[in-house]
Design a protein around this ligand. Structure first.
Ligand code: ADP
Length: 590
């Protein structure tokens, strides 16, 4: 029997499935052929099967390294129910129990052994590993090994060494739901993967309509209320940045949505007429429209909120990011982000809770420059973690800054939002549809549905680029550079100040008013200069260094700005938003 046929047989026998999902069969076959793999697949795509099937077919035991002790029992129970001999060793067991499980595994009575990474460092486990043939080491949540990822865990650093110390090298299979190119390189290096087969699949959710709207903070609540009112028969999640905001917004929705519904239902409606109208909810509710959910609420309150939402008694939950883990509700029709999250990873995870049932659903992100500034400020103050050395803290901060840049890029891009997302996760995409045309945005997104009013900012971009160069020198009174580059450069606010000809003391006292770029963009609104600078960073023309005082330098595409024919644009006016109902129906229909 070929590996493929054996794998399909095992899939059917143990799990009852007739076919592999995209990506699974390639990974299973590679592992069976003895090749290391890295599988990058979104949550729910079916990563576990990729190592569970080989574990059943390979001789010897498979060690599964997973950071979540709390989930091990469920996972193992599920496997045992399917007739798979699996077990775990962790700190919830007595030393005797642990010893018993290891003895069973050493005898070959356990095919899948789940452990946390810390376990690998114990003498007892090392002893076990030295005398037991280990066929496969599967590393779940492999991004935890990377300091560039979101959830770095130092215990993951020991995995590579553990594998290297085994008497015979097992196949190593790493899996994660979130890994950018950089994190992937780290995983391969830190786990010592041997020319692994890397498979990245399934990040594009084509039933989701992605929508990005730049909006002043004070308009956001009214926008959300209008949206909720127009979609009163649908279930939705609204994510806010703080606990206070969730409560305020939930209260505002309960106050205003009934009124809006009354008006839209009959023209002269009152909150009373809304009650009848909202009977079109699947389970007619006379109760509130929205409920808040955050980590500061008492457990029973939180559970009630969750239950009311999951059972459709209350259509909308207004939550912090504490909401969602382990909540299984398939018919969420929209996820609105009232504030911009700190990374695409977070955004994808939260927005992805819409449309689990595959029906058309909408993910809307409301943002403004203030959100970005708040995020950046938080980054710089947030990191007083005394378990980290100053260098580690700095690296951590720099990393979060980079993740934030990815998120900001999503807000600003005029490119297809589906494409931005899948590119971010490194999914390989066909360059065209076979006819030479770019692949169409499948689920739909505002960018593909809008014509942007763009503004030619070529001159502004060139001036910024020039200024970044100029401020590295010192100048004489005629504006001639006097020496070789002698300054490190400046941060972005200072660059903007120089270009706008600021008289601020820290500009003049440092002699920056003698710089040839000084005042060159005096006539351009400050916000525009900032916008262009920020977009140039996103687009790779500029590069903002890490460190406590980030400095603007040149990015990989810097040279393009001095080439004849260089042309640069930004979105000019935020496009007029179509009424939310129209946009949503259009998305649902198309
Ligand atoms: P992940 O680890 O990627 O989050 P899981 O391995 O938990 O995902 O799988 C998610 C769900 O998909 C599980 O219920 C699993 O049984 C199911 N599943 C996995 N592979 C297949 C398949 N080939 N066909 C149908 N269902 C599958």
């Amino acid at each position: 029997m070929t590996d493929n046929a054996a794998a399909l047989g095992a899939l059917k026998r143990y799990f009852g499935y007739d076919s592999f999902r995209p990506g699974q069969s390639g990974l299973v076959e590679a592992i069976l052929a003895g090749r290391d793999v890295l599988g990058v697949m979104p949550t729910g795509a079916g990563k576990s099967v990729c190592y569970q099937i080989p574990a059943m077919l390979l001789p010897g035991v498979t060690v599964v390294i997973s950071p979540l002790i709390s989930l091990m029992r469920d996972q193992v129970d599920g496997l045992n129910d399917a007739g798979i001999p699996a077990a775990f060793v962790n700190t919830t067991q007595s030393p005797d129990e642990q010893g018993m499980v290891l003895a069973q595994a050493a005898r070959g009575d356990v095919k899948l052994l789940y452990v946390a990474p810390e376990r690998l460092e114990t003498d007892r486990f090392r002893e076990f590993a030295a005398r037991t043939p280990i066929a496969l080491v599967a590393v779940d949540e492999a991004h935890c090994v990377s300091q560039w990822g979101q959830d770095f865990r130092s215990s993951y650093l020991g995995i590579g060494e553990f594998i290297a110390g085994l008497p015979s090298r097992p196949v190593v299979a790493a899996f994660t739901a979130t890994a950018t190119e950089r994190v992937r390189r780290d995983i391969v290096a830190m786990l010592g993967l041997n020319t692994p087969q890397v498979t990245v699949t399934g990040f594009d959710r084509d039933n989701l309509y992605f929508d990005v709207i730049k909006m002043e903070t004070k308009r956001k609540a009214a926008w959300v209320a209008a949206y909720v009112a127009e979609h009163a028969d649908e279930s939705g999640i609204v994510y806010c940045a703080t606990r206070k905001e969730t409560e305020a917004l939930a209260a505002a929705l309960n106050r205003t949505v009934p009124v809006l519904r009354g008006v839209s239902a009959g023209g002269n409606g009152t909150a009373g007429s809304v009650r009848t109208d909202s009977a079109q909810l699947e389970s007619p509710s006379l109760g509130p429209i929205a409920v808040a959910y955050h980590g500061g609420m008492a457990a029973d309150e939180r559970n009630r909120a969750q239950r009311d939402f999951v059972t459709d008694r209350i259509p909308v939950v207004v939550a912090t990011n504490a909401f969602g883990m382990g909540i299984d509700k398939s018919n969420v029709r929209y996820v609105i982000h009232h504030n911009m999250p700190g990374s695409i990873e977070d955004y994808y995870q939260e927005a992805g809770r819409a449309g689990r049932d595959g029906e058309p659903s909408r993910c809307t992100l409301l943002w403004n420059d203030g959100d970005i500034a708040t995020r950046r400020r938080l980054l710089d103050s947030d990191y007083e973690n005394d378990r980290m050395t100053p260098e580690e803290q700095e690296r951590n901060r720099a990393n979060k800054r980079r993740l934030l840049d990815g998120m900001v890029g999503y807000c600003r891009t005029t490119d297809c939002l589906h494409r931005y997302m899948t590119r971010y996760f490194g999914e390989t995409e066909p360059a065209d549809d076979g006819t030479g045309k770019a692949v169409k945005c499948k689920g739909g997104c505002t960018n593909c549905n809008s014509t942007f009013e763009t503004l030619d900012v070529t001159d502004v971009a060139r001036a910024i680029s020039r200024c970044v160069h100029d401020v590295m020198y010192d100048w004489d009174d005629q504006g001639r550079p006097t020496r070789a580059p002698m300054r490190q450069g400046l941060g972005s606010s200072k660059i903007v100040a120089v270009l706008r000809g600021s008289r601020a003391q820290d500009v003049t006292s440092r002699g920056l008013d003698r710089c040839p770029s000084y005042g060159r963009l005096r006539e351009t609104p400050e916000a525009r200069v900032r916008d262009v600078l920020s977009q140039m960073t996103t687009d790779g023309f500029l590069f903002v260094s890490d460190g406590r005082l980030p400095i603007v330098g040149f990015g990989a595409r810097a040279a393009e700005t001095v080439v004849d024919g260089f042309h640069y644009e930004i979105k000019r006016v935020e496009r007029a938003q179509p009424s939310c109902s129209v946009a949503s129906r259009a998305a649902a229909g198309g």
